[in-house]
Design a protein around this ligand. Structure first.
Ligand SMILES: NC(=O)c1ccc[n+]([C@@H]2O[C@H](COP(=O)([O-])OP(=O)(O)OC[C@H]3O[C@@H](n4cnc5c(N)ncnc54)[C@H](O)[C@@H]3O)[C@@H](O)[C@H]2O)c1
Length: 316
């Protein structure tokens, strides 16, 4: 039985991981301030403790670490919901990350897991698929959002700490409990009689269970200090995602959804190369899009979506 802290454990990725660890018999402590997480994402469990609060609060973070004495830490908390609230992003994604990292180091935590956005490569990546050698955004290739800037600073502090860490740079994760990105937006609009459009872009969508499988292996000691991509390595058009949503909802539209040309800031596709992860973790994403979308839609139908979040521009 291991003792594992999950920051942001009431969120999409963190709560799926908590479920899996609890099922394996681990003890889990979640720190979450419910900015974008949901209370119903975590069911009560004898081996689960939840602390409601912010990782920006150093006293709270230190007390959690001192009392719980974790062997492993998964740092999944992140702020992104208001693109104009730079201060909140800095407090959570930089200051909070520093608090978590320093506490983990002080407690001699064996390994710290981080999740990074592929926006760290800038809005206009220089190659497709993006390899781990691609430079991080800078100068001529700006990060483009407070989220990307602060998450990247957080990642660099983790590396600076000298700790054993794995930073997983992710494609677009989707599945039950995911309330950011195009899928929940499509569901929300389609079930509220609102018109939809899709952009003429393609993205790599990684199903949450595929992603969690890598994280579980990393917590078991697989992989080495440094950076990894978690992605399928192939992309779908946003229209394909939309069509899978309609199919899962069992509805037929009178006319095909409008496909809009992408904006100047939009890249046609974002592919991140998962080959190092596949080799080091003996892993490959294998969930078909239609299955994953169907699972997500079942969740939205059962639990509803009160709000959806994006760190970029919103659909009107
Ligand atoms: N989902 C994706 O496609 C994706 C892609 C790239 C990176 N990531 C990263 O993965 C991690 C998990 O993201 P997610 O998709 O589960 O998002 P999420 O919003 O569901 O989870 C983030 C959690 O952090 C909590 N949180 C925010 N500020 C906090 C604070 N100051 N203190 C404590 N908790 C706080 C939120 O309430 C939420 O429960 C994040 O670090 C995110 O940057 C996700």
């Amino acid at each position: 039985m291991r003792r594992i802290i999950i920051t942001g454990g009431a969120g999409f990725i963190g709560s799926h991981l908590a479920d899996k660890l609890l099922a394996k018999g681990d003890q889990v402590l979640v720190i979450d301030n419910y900015q974008t997480g949901r209370r119903d994402n975590l069911k009560p469990h004898a081996n689960l403790q939840i602390v409601e609060g912010s990782i920006a609060d150093a006293g709270l973070v230190n007390q959690c670490f001192d009392d719980f004495k974790p062997e492993l830490v998964v740092h999944a908390a992140a702020s992104y919901k208001d693109p104009n609230n730079w201060v909140e992003d800095i407090q959570t994604n930089i200051l909070g990350t520093v608090h978590v990292t320093e506490a983990a180091k002080r407690l001699q935590v064996k390994r710290l897991i981080y999740f990074q956005t592929s926006l760290c490569y800038g809005l206009k990546p220089l190659e497709q698929p993006i390899t781990l050698k691609h430079p991080l955004f800078s100068g001529d290739y700006p990060g483009g959002s407070s989220y990307a800037i602060s998450k990247t600073a957080g990642e660099q502090y983790i590396e600076l700490s000298g700790m054993d860490f794995l930073s997983f740079r992710l494609a677009n994760a989707y599945g039950p409990r995911n309330i950011s990105g195009p899928l929940p937006t499509f569901f929300h609009r389609l079930t509220h009689g609102k018109a939809c459009f899709v952009m003429d872009t393609r993205r790599d969508f990684i199903y949450v269970d595929d992603l969690i499988n890598v994280v579980l292996k990393a917590l078991d000691g697989k992989g080495e200090r440094g950076y990894y991509h978690i992605a399928t390595g192939s992309d779908y058009s946003i229209k394909e995602l939309f069509d899978a949503t309609i199919k899962a909802l069992g509805i037929q539209l009178e006319q095909d959804v409008e496909v809009r040309p992408r904006g100047e800031d939009d890249v046609y596709t974002i592919l991140i190369d998962p080959s190092k992860t596949e080799a080091h973790f003996d892993w490959k994403a294998n969930t078909p899009l239609e299955f994953g979308v169907d699972q997500a839609i079942r969740y939205y139908q059962e639990f509803g979506i009160e709000q959806t979040f994006t760190h970029l521009k919103k659909m009107d």
